[in-house]
Design a protein around this ligand. Sequence first.
Ligand SMILES: Cc1cc2nc3c(=O)[nH]c(=O)nc-3n(C[C@H](O)[C@H](O)[C@H](O)COP(=O)(O)OP(=O)(O)OC[C@H]3O[C@@H](n4cnc5c(N)ncnc54)[C@H](O)[C@@H]3O)c2cc1C
Length: 368
Amino acid sequence: MTGSERVAVIGAGVVGACVGWNLARLGAQVVLIDAGQPGEGVTNWSFSWVNASNKTVRRSYFDLNVAGMAVHQALARDIGADSWWHPSGHLRWADPAAQATVLEAVDLLADWGYKVEVHSGAEVRRRLEPALAVPDAAPVVFYPDEAWVHGRRLVARLIRETVARGAEHRFDTAVCDISTRTDGSIRSVTLTDGNRLDVDAVVNAAGPDARHVAALVARQLPMRREPGIVTRVECSPVPVHRALHAPGIEIRPDTEASVVLHSRDTDALIDTDAEPAELARHLHASARRAVPALGSARISRTRVVNRPIPADGFPSVGAVPSVPGYFEAVSHSGITLGPVIGRLLSTEIVSGERDAMLADFRPQRFAE
Ligand SMILES: Cc1cc2nc3c(=O)[nH]c(=O)nc-3n(C[C@H](O)[C@H](O)[C@H](O)COP(=O)(O)OP(=O)(O)OC[C@H]3O[C@@H](n4cnc5c(N)ncnc54)[C@H](O)[C@@H]3O)c2cc1C
């Protein structure tokens, strides 16, 4: 591509917004399309922790997440951090039974050159988080370079800047058809509002619905079903200053008067008879044990969402050679990875340059 082609970005969550913003900077004509409103998908129902400490399953995946953290910092310098970027580090402590595993991870991460500190509970309360009910002598791990992101605000900011560079947008309308030329290359997208847009390329950034968009070009993108439940509670003042993992619960600030709660243990109950409201109460009870000041908080909103996870658990990013002009940008950890995926994929779309960092995450690994 020369950089002046028209590219439809399907999905304006954090991943699509990052791809669109980078494409516009490289001179492409961008059309951002979303079935709903930008940033209201999984991006708004995420724990939103920017990290690589939880990504040690494969070295190349860890490295990609470290790059994601660095590109977030660059993005904050570029567009301004305002209310979306919160580089306040991350705290983790565990029950005595799980402490050895947490500390093993610390050793591995330190070996890999990742910044990590271990403090006592008493020290953490004195220096960082006075409201935590952590035992004085418990080891608490602090990852100073980690952060959390307000996903919806980041998306809004990126879209504003992308539109200011001349991008078009179509929201509250879904892509329901993608047509190709006789040589198989992308020709146009059709929207549920009846419009058809001629485009030279499409980016599938449809999050949990990416499988359906892939099917529009007769591609099978196998995805896992791995739902998560997230609850927002209202409280003022907000008693925590950073994202943290305590036994059985993850807590992070959200707005000036709300906190987000999530737990993998509670996710495991989603497919049982338990109603979301009951699971939300469960999350709130666990949060109260870790941060007693949250006892007076009020549960405001709860949502069960599907994680956008390709079947092997890793991102699917890049061109699909059998459909020239079709690109994928589908990933769990999309909050951490959105900016780096946006940077690498937009370069690939515009210049054809394929970055080695994506070698393990190419769409071709799934049978075409
Ligand atoms: C419980 C939970 C906790 C998480 N915690 C973290 C975390 O701590 N750190 C982290 O990095 N990641 C985390 N994630 C993952 C992260 O939130 C996601 O990877 C990321 O938000 C995905 O962004 P996205 O833009 O791909 O998807 P979305 O935000 O869902 O955006 C996709 C968009 O595509 C649109 N769309 C779908 N189909 C169409 C169509 N046919 N036409 C037009 N538009 C369409 C949708 O309307 C939607 O707005 C978590 C996820 C969950 C569920």
